[in-house]
Design a protein around this ligand. Structure first.
Ligand SMILES: Cc1cc2nc3c(=O)[nH]c(=O)nc-3n(C[C@H](O)[C@H](O)[C@H](O)COP(=O)(O)O)c2cc1C
Length: 160
């Protein structure tokens, strides 16, 4: 199935996880593309926190080609206990998700189940067929083996 992995990453941890998930799909014979979200203006930590607290999306340089994907994987960091502005902008731009299955991976220093459920709700409102989600602790993503295990787990769960 056509899979699109969308992530936002500044220091590379979410990118590493996104690549691990992409690889789990390609290993199973699926076409998997990856897209890193980029903001038009790079955000300082202070601006990033402020925008996250105020629930402001940032302007994205480009929107990933979601329409073609049958499975959409979203990998994003927690900022200020909330959605980071880039992922917020991406979620805001999502249209009807009918016919698509989604994997939602939320990464923070702690486990942010409530934020994960909030994103799941947004995805369900947009009529996603199936949502597989995990709230992940950054330090648990420190090894390739752990990333592989998680990636295999979510791929098995979302694939029909
Ligand atoms: C501006 C900013 C605010 C953050 N706020 C939180 C937070 O409130 N809670 C948390 O668990 N992690 C927080 N983090 C940590 C990020 O979740 C962590 O840096 C991220 O998952 C690592 O992603 P990356 O290496 O892909 O950039 C914050 C990080 C940044 C840069």
């Amino acid at each position: 199935m056509k899979t699109l992995v969308v992530y936002y990453s500044i220091t590379g941890r979410n990118e590493q996880l996104a690549k691990g998930v992409r690889d789990a799909f390609t290993r199973r014979g699926h076409t998997a593309e990856i897209h890193g979200l980029k903001t038009v203006v790079p955000l300082s930590a202070l601006t990033g926190v402020l925008m996250s607290v105020l629930r402001r999306p940032s302007k994205l340089a480009a929107l990933p080609p979601v329409e073609d994907a049958e499975i959409l994987v979203i990998v994003g960091p927690v900022w200020a206990s909330s959605l980071c502005p880039a992922v917020r902008a991406f979620l805001n731009a999502l249209d009807n998700l009918e016919g698509k299955s989604i994997v939602n991976l939320v990464v923070g220093y702690g486990i942010y189940e409530q934020l994960m459920r909030k994103i799941n709700h947004t995805l369900k409102v947009r009529k996603a067929d199936k949502v597989v989600s995990r709230a992940l602790r950054l330090k648990d993503m420190d090894s390739h083996d752990k990333i592989d295990d998680l990636a295999n787990e979510v791929a098995e769960e979302v694939l029909p």
